[in-house]
Design a protein around this ligand. Structure first.
Ligand code: DX5
Ligand code: ZN
Length: 231
């Protein structure tokens, strides 16, 4: 399902299923969507680009119908080597937005065009230690940037707050309707800071699915994202 262009600039909380209970993934997704969530974040890791191994297209294919039936979308985050070789398989599995890392993909322009040609939102992700200059030239072509605020590989890490300073810089490079997704170490204590830095889509994994009641935690985090006084 195509994501309407305006959604990239809307403020959304994206639960990362990396920290969910995989034995009851449909319930976990249902819980957070009941709390008003519209976009689910899926972390794909290959044991090469990052040390961890997680899920692949089979899991995307399993949850896509649940998410789509509720009027939602899947944002798939590829933390893998040679991501361009897997664009089509993830698009066919049901990804609605697909991001790949600048550090893993030397042919970014080609990869972004390949994602968009399949009707999928194209995102380029960058690690906390990667200079924004690396993605400047591809900025006019992307639907979103994904700013990592931890080095990718594991949930539950502490946010590297300095990486937030990239958000306004990247915003200045992007077309008006392209968005910024932010990922890593987001919790109740820092989510306002993340929103005030200018992120549109905010990923939360352990803070959300690690809570005793993920549905009410999603409501709390969403509430903090839209606190009174926002324009
Ligand atoms: C990290 C992943 C994140 C992770 C977020 O490599 O890309 O999406 O699941 O988890 P928390 O919110 O626990 O940092
Ligand atoms: Zn992620």
């Amino acid at each position: 399902m195509s994501i309407p262009p305006a959604v990239y600039r809307e403020r959304h909380l994206l639960p990362s299923i990396l920290s969910a209970d995989f034995c009851r993934l449909d319930d976990e997704v249902g819980l957070v969507m009941d709390a008003g969530v519209r976009i689910i974040h899926v972390d794909v890791m290959d044991g090469h680009f990052v040390p961890n191994i997680t899920v692949g297209p089979v899991v995307v294919e399993a949850i896509a119908p649940l998410v789509h039936a509720r009027g939602g979308w899947l944002s798939v985050h590829l933390m893998i080597e040679r991501p361009e070789a897997y664009i089509e398989v993830f698009a066919k599995a049901g990804a609605d937005a697909l991001s790949l890392h600048v550090e893993a993909c030397p042919h970014l322009y080609h990869a972004v065009e390949a994602i968009k040609a399949l009707g999928v939102g194209a995102g380029v992700a960058l690690n906390p230690g990667t200079d924004v200059v690396r993605v400047r030239d591809v900025a006019p072509y992307v639907d979103y940037f994904l700013v990592m605020t931890v080095d990718p590989g594991f949930g539950g890490q502490k946010m590297i707050a300095r990486a937030l300073t990239k958000v306004p810089v990247l915003r200045g490079m992007l077309p008006e309707n392209a968005g910024i997704e932010l990922d890593g170490g987001v919790n109740r204590e820092n989510i306002r800071q993340v929103v005030e830095a200018g992120a549109d889509w905010v990923v939360a994994g352990s803070a959300l699915f690690g809570a005793s009641d993920p549905r009410s935690e999603a409501q709390i985090l969403r509430g903090l994202m839209t606190a009174p006084g926002d324009v």
